[in-house]
Design a protein around this ligand. Structure first.
Ligand code: MG
Length: 377
C-alpha cells in the first residue's frame, strides 16, 4: 500500500499582512511549513511527499525541503490561483500507484502523528475522511446583519487537515469538479458535492490554522533557560547581590562587581535563547568590564532578547550563602530586578538558603546562585 502526502503551501498570506508566503514565517525557530513537513517526513507509513508552492517561493521551498524532509522522496510543484487547483496539481504529481493520500494545509504547523494515524486508519475503511473538532461557539447563519437561523451545535464540526482519501476517489472528484466548475474550501466538500460519504475522525483543538497575525500570537513560543554561578568571598570588596549592596565584612571577588545572582540570571536568559554564556559575551579579560555593575551587563542581555522579540516571563533565583542572612534584602533585590527587567515584581522570585555548613558555601568561602528564567514572545 502506498501513501502520499500533499502539503498545500501556495497561499499568499494576505490575511496575515505578511510580505510573502505566511508558511515561510518563523515559528519556534523554523519556518511554519517545516513543522508539518518534518512530521510527515518522519512517519514510516508515508512513502512520498509533494509540497505545492508558489513559483516565487520555489528556491526557498527547496531549501526547507532539503533541511526538513529527511530522505523521504519529496517533490515541489507549482500551485494554482486557488487552493483547489494547487491540490489538483499536487495530486497529479503523486506517483500513479498511490493508494492513499493525505492532504494537509502548510499553515497548520501543530498537526500531530495521532491525528494522522486516526485519518490513515479510517481512510482504509471509508475511502474519504475529514478531521474535525466539535464547535465550541454557537454558530448562527446571518443574512444582511440579521440572524436567519441558529445551527444545531452538537451536529457541527470545525474542519481541520489532513484530510485522507483513496487516491483514485479524490483525483476523480477533483476532475469532476473541474468539469463542473465547482470550487470548495476543502477537499471533503468535493466528495459531498458528488454525493459520496465522508467519514469524520476527531482532530485536536491545538491543530489550529495560522490565518491572521493573532493566530501567530496564540501559537507563541516559550523558552526556558538555567544559569548557575559561583564567586569567591574575599575581604575588602563590597557584597553586591541583584544590584543591592549588602553590609558585610566580606564581598565577592571578580572582574566585574561579581554580582553572582545577576550572573546566574543572565546565564539563564542566554540559555533560553541559545546564545551561550556570559563569559562569551563579556570576557573577563576585557578592560571594558572591569568593575562594571552587572546590572549594566544585564541591560545588554535584555537588549539581545529584544532583538529576538522575546520578553521575560518569570525569573526564579536561589542564592546560596551561609552568611550574611539575606532575607532582610530579598524585597529590595526583587524590586531592583523587576525594575530593570521591566516586569512585575510578582514575576520574580528570590530564594535564599544556607548550605548547612557544608562545602565551600558552608565554610563561607564563596556564594553560589542558580536561576531559571522563562521567556515568551
Ligand atoms: Mg560570575
Amino acid at each position: 500500500m502506498k501513501t502520499g502526502v500533499i502539503i498545500a503551501a501556495a497561499g499568499s498570506g494576505k490575511r496575515m499582512g505578511a510580505e510573502g508566503n505566511k508558511v515561510l514565517l518563523s515559528l519556534d525557530g523554523k519556518p511554519m511549513l517545516a513543522h508539518s513537513l518534518e512530521l510527515f517526513a518522519h512517519l514510516p507509513e508515508v512513502d512520498e511527499l509533494v509540497v505545492v508552492a508558489r513559483d516565487v517561493d520555489l528556491a526557498v521551498m527547496s531549501e526547507i525541503v532539503a533541511e526538513y524532509a529527511g530522505d523521504k522522496p519529496t517533490k515541489i510543484v507549482v500551485g494554482g490561483a486557488e487552493r483547489q487547483e494547487s491540490v489538483y496539481n499536487g495530486l497529479m504529481a503523486l506517483s500513479k500507484d498511490t493508494d492513499w493520500v493525505l492532504i494537509h494545509d502548510g499553515a497548520r504547523p501543530y498537526v500531530t502523528s495521532e491525528i494522522v494515524y486516526r485519518a490513515l486508519l479510517a481512510v482504509q475503511k471509508h475511502g474519504a475522511v475529514g478531521v474535525g473538532v466539535p464547535v465550541k461557539d454557537t454558530i448562527k447563519q446571518v443574512e444582511k446583519d440579521f440572524v436567519r437561523k441558529t445551527l444545531p451545535r452538537p451536529e457541527l464540526r470545525a474542519m481541520q487537515t489532513p484530510q485522507a482519501f483513496a487516491y483514485e476517489l479524490i483525483l476523480g472528484a477533483h476532475q469532476e469538479a473541474k468539469r463542473r466548475g465547482l470550487i470548495a474550501t476543502d477537499d471533503c466538500a468535493l466528495l459531498e458535492e458528488l454525493g459520496k460519504p465522508v467519514y469524520i475522525v476527531s482532530g485536536d483543538y491545538g491543530n489550529i490554522k495560522i490565518t491572521t497575525p493573532e493566530d501567530l500570537t496564540t501559537a507563541n513560543s516559550f523558552f526556558v533557560g538555567y544559569g548557575w554561578d559561583v564567586h569567591r568571598l574575599v575581604e575588602d570588596r563590597p557584597l553586591i547581590l541583584c544590584g543591592v549592596e549588602i553590609p558585610w565584612e566580606k564581598g565577592l571577588s571578580g572582574h566585574s562587581d561579581a554580582d553572582v545572582a545577576v550572573h546566574a540570571v543572565m546565564d539563564a536568559m542566554l540559555g533560553a535563547v541559545g546564545k551561550g554564556d556570559i563569559g562569551e559575551h563579556f570576557p573577563d579579560i576585557d578592560p571594558r568590564y572591569k568593575g562594571i555593575s552587572s546590572l549594566e551587563l544585564l541591560h545588554e542581555v535584555l537588549e539581545l532578547l529584544k532583538r529576538d522579540k522575546l520578553r521575560v516571563n518569570n525569573v526564579d533565583l536561589t542564592i546560596m550563602a551561609q552568611a550574611p542572612k539575606l532575607s532582610p534584602y530579598k524585597a529590595a533585590m526583587r524590586a531592583k530586578l523587576a525594575e530593570l527587567i521591566g516586569i512585575a515584581a510578582g514575576r520574580i522570585n528570590i530564594k535564599a538558603t544556607t548550605a548547612e555548613g557544608l562545602g565551600f558555601v558552608g565554610r563561607e568561602e564563596g556564594i553560589a546562585a542558580a536561576a531559571v528564567v522563562s521567556l515568551c514572545d
